[in-house]
Design a protein around this ligand. Structure first.
Ligand code: FE2
Length: 211
């Protein structure tokens, strides 16, 4: 799998461009900002974009959705519960950030779906706690999770934003840890790439799961 990370915007969000090695089609996960940079990378790779997948709709993950969707023609897959946020982005942006363009989702997901896009088989998992509709995308044959703001290297997503909830996030982390092998690579919404096993071993927020 060819995975490119673009850390974009004022809060250093990770946008991912993903394709099978050498493929001429790919996916974009969470185009949060800097549309021109993401689009020029797509152009350099010379790929078509089959889908834009959103883990959740905090502004730092969706700031470039509208221009990237417009330029690529790719449908945007959004958590069903968070469609109204994507459709009225500026209602949810803290002062001092933006402006960002709203977008009406092309497809909605609530978890449990199986997608076939850009040559990938993708399982959609509902992973609430950081935001109510938060989704994680699993590509099992690549042992890869695109986990948005659920799990970070040495940390976890914050739970103090609207719709966030600590016990729910802990349930989500337990579900991921129990559903996927330890060697699974985690491509998070902020900071570096990690694995489920490394986080289980060292992440203080996951220590509780061991009990
Ligand atoms: Fe977030």
């Amino acid at each position: 799998m060819d995975v490119r990370c673009f850390t974009v915007g004022p809060v250093a969000e990770n946008c991912w461009i993903v394709r099978r090695e050498g493929a001429d089609r790919g996916l974009i996960v969470d185009p949060g900002d800097e549309a021109e940079r993401i689009l020029s990378a797509v152009g350099e790779l010379g790929i078509g974009v089959d889908a834009i997948l959103l883990t959740h709709t905090h502004f730092d993950h969706i700031g470039a959705v509208a221009p990237v969707a417009r330029a690529t023609g790719a449908p945007v897959y959004c958590p069903e519960l968070e469609v109204p946020v994507l459709a009225n982005v500026m209602d949810w942006v803290p002062p001092g950030f933006g402006p960002y363009e709203s977008y009406d989702a092309d497809q909605t997901l609530s978890g449990g779906e199986h997608l076939e896009l850009a040559g990938f088989e993708i399982e959609v998992i509902h992973t609430p706690g950081h935001s109510p509709g938060h989704l994680t995308y699993s590509i099992a044959d690549e042992a890869a999770l695109f986990s948005g703001d659920v799990l970070f290297q040495g940390s976890v997503g914050r739970v103090d934003l609207p719709g966030g909830d600590g016990p729910t996030l802990l349930q989500t982390l337990r579900k991921l840890a129990e559903s996927f092998p330890e060697q699974t690579t985690v491509y998070p919404g902020h900071m570096g790439i990690t694995t489920l096993g490394a986080e289980r071993a060292t992440n203080p927020f996951l220590a509780e799961l061991a009990r």
